[in-house]
Design a binder for this molecule. Structure first.
Ligand code: A5P
Length: 229
């Protein structure tokens, strides 16, 4: 069985095809795993195996990929209903709680995934964790408040780092900045997020506590399907 990350991502993305049927509106995620799914979906459309699909995208980058793959793209307003959203994740715990946003698209991702009838996460097994917070939690903040919020997060011992793109602050598709914070070992991520969200200027965090309905995880032993418990 394949074990390199790209092959595992592809195996998870392929397995997600059976979540999609003709005529559906599909929410398309952001990141390398989601990008593989977009290209597979384009192949299916072109081969005539899936018809009348339309997509709502979680980033400008994914809109570009979907258009290149020949998938008709709708705005969220045009779609109103999304049948299924398929997206990757940075960390997945045993209860299917997620950290997302290392690609910077967390806000649109959360909006699309909450708007979908079903949200299916696709990932390679390296994304599974016992405790969320192995890496940093992305926090999207309005630009006006980025410096003052960084100071406040610092006082909470969250070691905030302003995300950069080259030498300039990274700007999200919605025009905000991102502060990547740590989750202290002694605290649960849900408590940290609750505290963070009290501050005006925080737009959204990359903690997805109950959005995912299903996870398709590809590992060296094969593809495993995990349902929300
Ligand atoms: C994008 O903002 C993220 O939420 C992605 O879903 C996440 O970073 C996973 O990306 P990869 O599939 O590239 O690991």
């Amino acid at each position: 069985v394949a074990s390199d990350p790209a092959a595992l991502k592809r195996a998870a993305a392929l397995a997600a095809l059976k979540e999609v049927s003709e005529g559906m509106v599909v929410g398309l995620g952001t990141g390398s795993t989601a990008a593989i799914f977009v290209s597979i979906l384009g192949d299916e459309l072109r081969a005539g195996r899936l018809r009348s699909l339309r997509a709502v995208c979680t980033s400008v980058e994914t809109e570009r990929l979907a258009a290149a793959a020949g998938i008709p793209v709708l705005t969220l307003d045009e779609a109103m209903v999304i049948d299924v959203a398929i997206d990757g994740a940075d960390e997945i715990d045993r209860s299917l709680r997620l950290i997302k946003g290392h690609g910077g698209a967390l806000l649109r991702e959360k909006i699309v995934e909450q708007s979908a009838e079903r949200f299916v996460v696709i990932a390679d097994a390296s994304k599974q964790v016992d405790r969320l917070g192995r890496g940093r939690l992305p926090v999207e903040v309005v630009r006006f408040a980025a410096a003052t919020l960084s100071h406040r997060f610092d006082r909470l011992e969250l070691d905030p780092r302003l995300r950069l793109s080259g030498h300039s602050p990274f700007v999200t598709d919605e025009g905000h900045h991102i502060l990547d914070v740590i989750i202290p070992q002694t605290q649960d991520i849900a408590d940290v997020v609750e505290e963070i969200r009290r501050f005006a200027g925080v737009v959204e965090t990359g903690f997805f506590p109950d959005e995912a309905d299903l996870a398709i995880i590809a590992g060296e032993q094969g593809v495993r399907i995990r349902n929300r418990r």
